[in-house]
Design a protein around this ligand. Structure first.
Ligand code: CU
Length: 121
C-alpha cells in the first residue's frame, strides 16, 4: 500500500514538471523574434528611436519626424551606403537599405544626432 501511494505522488509530480517545460519552450521563441526587427525609426527632440535598430535587408523603413526642424538618416561611416534625403518637419520619410551590415548614421543637418542600424539578410 505504501509503495502505491508513493508512486502515485511521484507520477503526478513528474507530469506537472513536464507541462511547465512545454509551455515555456512553446512561447519563448515567438516573442523574441517579434522584438528583434522594426520597420519604423521615429525622430523626436533630435533623437532617433529606437537606436540601435534592427531591420531586414530591402525592408522599407518609415521615418516619422515629430520635430519642426528637418532631419536625415545618412550613413556616417566610410562612403555613403544610404541616405534618406531631407525629411521636412512634421513629415514622414522612408529609407531602404539593401546590404546587410551594421552601420553608424547621423543627421546631415545636425551631425551630433547619432544612431546605429543593423541590417540582417
Ligand atoms: Cu537633424
Amino acid at each position: 500500500m505504501r509503495h502505491t501511494l508513493l508512486l502515485a505522488l511521484l507520477g503526478s509530480a513528474l507530469l506537472a514538471g513536464c507541462g511547465d517545460d512545454k509551455t515555456t519552450a512553446a512561447t519563448k521563441p515567438a516573442s523574441d523574434a517579434a522584438a528583434e526587427t522594426t520597420s519604423t525609426i521615429k525622430i523626436a527632440d533630435f533623437v532617433y528611436d529606437p537606436t540601435p535598430a534592427t531591420v531586414r535587408a530591402g525592408q522599407r523603413i518609415s521615418i516619422p519626424n515629430a520635430d519642426a526642424a528637418p532631419h536625415t538618416i545618412t550613413d556616417g561611416g566610410t562612403g555613403k551606403a544610404f541616405d534618406s534625403g531631407t525629411i521636412k518637419g512634421k513629415a514622414t520619410g522612408s529609407l531602404t537599405i539593401g546590404r546587410a551590415g551594421t552601420y553608424a548614421y547621423i543627421c546631415e543637418f545636425h551631425p551630433f544626432m547619432k544612431g546605429e542600424i543593423t541590417v540582417t539578410k
